[in-house]
Design a protein around this ligand. Structure first.
Ligand SMILES: [Zn+2]
Length: 76
């Protein structure tokens, strides 16, 4: 059915014990690293809900980068 799986350019590790989510301060569960390849890497320690938001933001950002290099847009 689905031939196009969402590729997540993000590496996921378990957070060190006792670490805190960078966004909300709750106990962190995941250490996420965006594997940008293009410009820079982002990442940090996140609880589960914030980690999902982070993943969505990275995916949205990656999609925007793809659109930004669309050769059809070079008209200025
Ligand atoms: Zn959080």
């Amino acid at each position: 059915m689905s031939t196009n799986e969402f590729r997540r350019p993000i590496s996921v590790d378990s957070a060190p014990r006792g670490s805190r989510c960078e966004w909300c301060g709750n106990p962190a569960e995941q250490q996420l690293t965006a594997i940008g390849g293009v410009s820079h890497n982002e990442g940090g320690l996140f609880c589960r809900p914030c980690g999902e938001q982070f993943s969505l933001a990275i995916i949205a950002n990656a999609a925007r980068n793809v659109a930004a290099i669309d050769p059809n847009m070079q008209s200025h």
